[in-house]
Design a protein around this ligand. Sequence first.
Ligand code: DMJ
Length: 623
Amino acid sequence: MFENKDYIAVNVFDDSVRKRSLKRQWNQLSRFQKNLVVVVVFGGILLCGFLMYQRQLLKANSLDVFSSTDEEHVKSIKTNIVDNDKIQIVPFKEDISSVRMIQNEKNQLPIADEWVQNPVDNTHDTKDSIDNPQDIINSDIETDKSEVKKDIINENDNEDTKTRSMSFKGPTNERQQAVVNAMRHSWTGYKTFAFGHDNLKPISQTYSDWFNLGLTIIDSLDTLYIMDMQEEYQEAKKWVEESLKLDVNRDVNLFEVTIRVLGGLLSIYHLSGDEIYMTKALELGKRLMPSFDSTSGIPYSDVNLFSMQAHAPKWSPDSSTSEVTTIQLEFRDLSRIFNDPTFENAITRVSEKVHELPKTDGLVPIFINANTGSFRSFSTISLGARGDSYYEYLLKQWLQVGKIPEHYLIEDYKEAINGVIKHLRRKTPNEHHVYVGELISGKDFKPKMDHLTCYLPGTLLLGHKNGMPQSHFTLANELLETCYQTYIKQPTGLAPEITYFNLEGESATDIYVKANDAHNLQRPEFIESLYYFYVITGNKTYQDMGYKIFESFEKYTRVSHGYTSISNVKTPNNVRPKDMMETFWLGETLKYFYLLFSDDRNEIDLDKFIFNTEAHVIPVREN
Ligand code: DMJ
């Protein structure tokens, strides 16, 4: 029954028997069967060859992204000394920044200001240089080389980086200590069950990955440093030194990686002075640059960090407006550190393009097309999801470049806030809560406010501190109060993701929450605003408001192995944990809590630093 066709006898010890047996089997096959075998074997060989060739191509595209020249560049940055070209890196001491100054008899201006003021004069034309990502890398490296040659290396080149770092004293009161405990509990859960992965799932005691970049570690670095959690900080730093791989072969979101990873690396570099972070930041910056390779210069939303190919999101041809306009602080800072305008040129071009587009009294639609460079017609106008940080970065970029009077960034900001007051600000009929709604299709008012919008009171106050009009101050106070109400009106004391307001008597209560919007994702925006209010006014009431909310987080989101987002803020008996600890819980929310409770309002000096939208610190130039 097993004879011949169904059974092949192979004697592994006798080669001649084996060969004869195989030959016999071959001869017994029909012509069709023989052809089939030939096709399968050769097809397989061809497929293998093709796959290997593809792999080589990808490697060729990716391998040279970061060369040893960058290492040299990093070294030279530390202590560039003024030569006849008058270019200097101001060492990071107590520290203001690594801002370079051009010194001459007539004036003293940071280089970055000149780039912003005269962007068309840039010798690096971004559009030309991004046609081939490999070119941009090579040209960057060439630029790096020439800078290195120009610089005279200081004899103190190996000066201990600690002398360039900022030191933090750790918690000085019970509230700060409580936040440190929360941070330690979050970190321990993450370290135990998710170390090296993006997120902790604290209930199932496992992890999830989004970009495969160890997001929680990077987002936490500066928080651990500011809280003086030395042991945990060293664990995080060691991971960056030994395990952070930036050439991940997957599509990542340009905005998210910029604000969390690039921002996180830059921030901890500025705080600690450790060169490893700026080396990594440079590599990441280069890997993200292909995003700008669109016809219009408006970046694509997604980029593969290994193949360095970028594209629009899979679900739409458009990028989010807030995403393409919330990468500028980070890329500009990278340019300043490395004295390489390539990054700043690319993001300045985006800001300028957006500046030129038609708007509704300064308000922008939430979608923009990377190929046409135009806003999507009839898209929503919102200071919540997809719109929020466009407004935030107008102000903060202006602060970053030294508050140049009448700069288009601050003019756009002022116009936008006037637009908010004119089109989006409303007051509820009974309790008179002032809120900021949305314009659906760019025109129909909707009385809905995302929790994300609660960053606005803080940003408005920061603007007012820097010369913006009284109307901004008034709106800031009104909105802060309303945001607080979105917390304390819930039985858990935690705000939902989205709140609706009574527009003209259609609801029994002035503030209400729809079933699908009742989740709380441990977001930072309101705590961020409280932080600005406390630091700028010195009024401790804001600390008390914050502590009440902190206690609610403790009560409803703390679990055995970390903290979790919850599904329902309206049901204290069953908040339905989502089993997810967001990276911004450690990167932002806990950081702002800690700074809010500080006795020292100047722990981070707002005249010297700006927080990016993920609460990572970026220096302002020294005036
Ligand atoms: C963070 O990633 C940033 O704050 C961003 O600006 C908005 N979303 C989250 C936090 O809510």
